[in-house]
Design a protein around this ligand. Structure first.
Ligand code: HEC
Length: 171
């Protein structure tokens, strides 16, 4: 539900989904809606729902041209090449060319809602997404988020959200 800023779950790895649900339960990841959704789940329910979503193919979407060309260029530059003057590596270095993710630990970011992408980067910066790095994956993304300014966050989120996605079962 892009308008509400809710992410696509289909095609995320089972390991990644379970880890995120556990992070909501432990309070390492905080979200008003998801923390309450996750807390009553048993380990078996977490594993079942995570496996289920991992088997669904990533939905396709057509690309949407961005009205702000400067923002689009800046976003594409960050995604494909990074900004070495600010110590920011290209998003696609870790999230794979095209942002389709590398299973199981690097989630796909292409075509996720802009509001969701922005909220995650801000959550790392503000400490509501595993502020104390407890796993290597989280520490990697935390270090990228810390170096991003507001303009960069908005540009890359808008550009990634606007890209077309191809059918791909990430399972
Ligand atoms: C050094 C490797 C690395 C780079 C570079 C990187 N990421 Fe990440 N990113 C990760 C990892 C690992 C995760 C999963 C973190 C976790 O397990 O919580 C992640 C998670 C994310 C998420 C959360 C996705 C979700 O489904 O909740 C978003 C959004 C994201 N990255 C966006 C970006 C953007 C935008 C860039 C470029 C500016 C970027 N990343 C660059 C490693 C990286």
């Amino acid at each position: 539900m892009a308008v509400a800023g809710y992410p696509r779950l289909a095609g995320l790895s089972a390991e990644y989904i379970s880890e995120q649900l556990k992070a909501y339960i432990d309070g390492r990841r905080v979200n008003a809606i998801m923390s309450d959704m996750a807390k009553p789940l048993t380990i078996v329910q977490i594993q079942s729902v995570a496996t289920f979503f991992s088997t669904l193919p990533m939905p396709t979407q057509a690309g949407t041209p961005l009205s702000d060309a400067t923002q689009a260029d800046r976003g594409q530059q960050l995604a494909e090449r990074g900004d070495w003057s600010a110590g920011i590596p290209a998003c696609f270095n870790c999230h794979a060319p095209g942002g389709i993710g590398i299973q199981p630990s690097f989630p796909p970011i292409i075509g996720q809602p802009a509001a969701y992408i922005e909220a995650q980067i801000r959550a790392w910066k503000s400490g509501t997404r595993q502020a104390e790095p407890q796993n290597l994956a989280n520490a990697l993304m935390y270090n990228v988020a810390l170096r991003m300014n507001d303009n960069q966050i908005k540009s890359v989120a808008a550009w990634l959200a606007a890209q077309p996605t191809a059918p791909k079962n990430q399972h």
